[in-house]
Ligand binder design. Structure first.
Ligand code: G6P
Length: 595
């Protein structure tokens, strides 16, 4: 969602640098953007003034050449919540005197009341956003207080989960505060950065500090001070080193990040098989001692939870619940000190997950997190954490983080059953199977299928047991990037509804494992075939019912990994057939930080 980038330091033409920072945040999803810079005093004809540029749509080939030189600037990519996608609604927002510029991520729940008061005080609003309320409130508070004091007071007057960053043309400082929405400070030599996401800092520095909830940062050229927003007292902080490779933020030889990330997957699984700590004694005892266990996540991560539930049941004979983050509130009444929450998240910032997990923790539950972003909110909140190790994931549609999550869960299930090495072996076999899928002749086959079905309006994907959540994930990948309606269906449920929609040539994808569910799933495939469905098998078995066959290796429960990879590739090539951008699907965001 909204991306934040700011700079203060010794570079003197930083509007283009801030624009570059925003570009590296594009993957989060946005619909408009803006940059504000304090002009350098060195240019008397320009005066000490805030200049800004705001535009709707993607940055694309746009530039900020019209902005003057400066060494203090902020920029923002907006994902519309309050108010439509217009230039006026884009951030930064300025106060009445155009002396303060402010950017914001989150939702100000009490903005209507605040706006009423400000309007009564003759403040003039130019946008429909809740953000603009903050900058006028800051202007109001600045009349009697210093910029820092006014900022602190303003932030404390906001209700809801918010991150704000502001500059004032008269002050050589960036002020930032967070509650809920993430902010991370980057440390350079005589320069500092602030961003909503550490990936934007990677080209400049790996030395970072993740601002905690209820903290405010006073960022100057050569110093950073952190204040607790409740006590207004300074707090000590420790910097962290980002462990991502700079190259993971680059697209390299690939056309899109999504296909690059699909290609990263064998290495991710290989690394998990060899190095993952999921089988460590404290993680196993955390699970074994819990009276009830909930796997919780959102979007793709929620399907990883369902896969995990099936793996725990099948391999470790352990019953766990699986829940969607935004629906988990209702389960909180069952949570107590003996509960364990296993929270799955690529970003570690998904608010629909963080909120219920925080509440479960307050009720005494232990939190075990599988998270991809070091230092993210979930990472810091969890009692035990396992880094997914997928590296930076930029495409909105998650691929390698999903594969990473289920690789960890498979290994964990085997470790719980004291058969960790068997889990490792299966993962290494999955690596080989996926490498084969990624060979040109197999890709050609998938592209051929994509070409054939790209004009269809519905696609059904069926699976049973462990492969039902895989069918949900396959359908999600297809619909979110190719915009073809796709539905994952528990194979046995077909005849309770979806079968009514299967007609001549409807593409029906069958996830067919070679296990105790094969016969029943095949029977369901036959039912679709009898209605004219075009049956596409992703399986190690080349069965006669299939009109189109996409082979994978038979590797026990790990078969789910290559099956998912084939469906990711199909989604990707369907999207290319439709001449759409797979990395940035409409209306969607990578990191969803509002509820
Ligand atoms: C968004 C993304 C999805 C992701 C979901 C959960 O919807 O577009 O790809 O699965 O958020 O994100 P998380 O970072 O918590 O895994």
């Amino acid at each position: 969602m909204c991306g934040v980038f700011g700079y203060i330091g010794n570079k003197t033409n930083i509007a283009p640098l801030v624009l570059e920072g925003l570009k590296s945040l594009e993957y989060r999803g946005y619909d408009s953007w803006g940059v504000a810079v304090v002009a350098l005093n060195l240019q008397p004809e320009i005066k000490n003034k805030i200049y800004f540029k705001k535009r709707i749509g993607k940055i694309g080939g746009a530039n900020v050449d019209s902005l003057p030189a400066g060494s203090l600037a902020i920029g923002h990519t907006r994902w519309a919540t309050h108010g439509g996608v217009t230039r006026e609604n884009a951030h930064p927002h300025l106060d009445c005197t155009e002396s303060i510029a402010l950017i914001h991520n989150g939702i100000v729940e009490n903005y209507i009341d605040l706006k009423k008061e400000l309007l009564a005080g003759n403040h003039v609003f130019k946008s429909e956003t809740d953000t603009e309320v903050i900058v006028h409130l800051l202007e109001e508070n600045s009349r009697k207080l210093s910029f820092e004091e006014a900022f602190l007071k303003t932030f404390n007057q906001l209700e809801g989960l918010n991150a704000i960053v502001a500059i004032d043309k008269k002050e050589r400082v960036i002020l930032a505060a967070r509650k809920g929405s993430p902010l991370v400070i980057g440390f350079g030599k005589n320069e500092h950065f602030i961003a909503s996401d550490p990936s934007a800092l990677l080209p400049f520095t790996k030395d970072v500090y993740f601002l905690e909830d209820d903290q405010m940062a006073i960022i100057k050229d050569d110093s950073v001070k952190i204040i607790n927003i409740n006590s207004a007292k300074e707090v000590k902080f420790l910097k962290q080193m980002l462990d991502w490779d700079v190259s993971s933020a680059e697209i390299g030889e690939f056309e899109h990040f999504m296909i690059k990330e699909i290609y990263d997957q064998p290495a991710v699984i290989h690394d998990i098989a060899n190095n993952a700590i999921v089988g460590s004694d404290n993680i196993l005892s955390l699970i074994n001692e819990a009276e009830d266990i909930y796997l919780v996540g959102c979007g793709t991560a929620s399907y990883a939870c369902l896969v995990g539930k099936a793996l725990f049941s099948k391999i470790a004979k352990k019953q766990v619940h699986a829940a969607i983050g935004s629906e988990f509130e209702d389960q909180l009444k069952f949570i107590n000190k003996k509960s364990l929450i296993i929270a799955l998240s690529q970003s570690g910032e998904t608010i629909d997950l963080l909120e219920p997990v925080r509440k479960a923790q307050q009720k005494g539950a232990k939190i075990l997190a599988f998270v991809n972003v070091l230092g993210s909110s979930l990472f810091r909140m969890a009692d035990e954490k396992i880094l997914i190790g997928a590296g930076l994931e930029k495409a909105v549609a998650s691929t390698k983080a999903f594969i990473g999550k289920i690789s960890h869960l498979l290994l964990l299930a085997y470790a719980l059953d004291k058969r960790k090495s068997q889990g490792q072996r299966l993962l290494l076999e999955a690596v080989e199977s996926i490498r084969i899928i990624l060979q040109e002749k197999n890709l050609k086959n998938i592209k051929k299928l994509a070409h054939k079905i790209s004009n269809e309006k519905d696609i059904f994907v069926i699976g049973r047991g462990l492969y039902f959540p895989a069918s949900l994930e396959a359908a999600l990948k297809i619909k979110e990037i190719s915009y073809i309606h796709a539905e994952g269906v528990a194979a046995g449920e077909l005849k309770h509804g979806p079968l009514a929609l299967v007609e001549k040539d409807t593409p029906c994808i069958v996830l067919l494992p070679d296990d105790e569910t094969t016969a029943l799933t095949l029977a369901n495939a036959m039912e679709m075939k009898a209605r004219g469905g075009y049956i596409i098998g992703i399986s190690s078995i080349n069965h006669g019912v299939f009109d189109f066959y996409l082979p994978i290796a038979n590797i026990g429960e790990a078969s789910v990994l290559p099956m998912v990879v084939v469906s990711q590739l199909l989604a990707y090539y369907l999207t290319l057939e439709k001449k759409l951008d797979p990395d940035k699907p409409r209306n969607l965001a990578k990191s969803v930080t509002v509820r």
